[in-house]
Write a protein that binds this ligand. Structure first.
Ligand SMILES: [Zn+2]
Length: 88
């Protein structure tokens, strides 16, 4: 399978699923992006939003009992956000 690089359309930074990619709720994404297929990194999403990304912006996922989309989970870990109040 060919790996397709995702490049942020605003800052041309490569987007990686474990550091600067987030999946937002469709309604939020529609507001932030110019089209559904857009690739925008977390920082530029926040710039476009005019505020920080919060948990409630994330697209919920309940597939196979997984409550969060992996890239969102990675992003929270990368950002050091504690979900369960526990220590890493
Ligand atoms: Zn960007």
């Amino acid at each position: 399978m060919k790996r397709q690089a995702l490049i942020c359309k605003d800052c041309n930074t490569e987007i990686f699923s474990d550091t600067n990619m987030v999946m937002l709720k469709d309604a939020i994404w529609k507001k932030v992006s110019d089209s559904f297929e857009d690739a925008i990194c977390d920082k530029c999403i926040e710039k476009r939003l005019g505020r920080n990304i919060t948990l409630s912006d994330f697209k919920p996922s309940s597939i196979n009992g997984v409550e969060m989309i992996p890239c969102n989970q990675f992003w929270l870990i990368y950002k050091g956000v504690e979900l369960n109040g526990g220590q890493k």
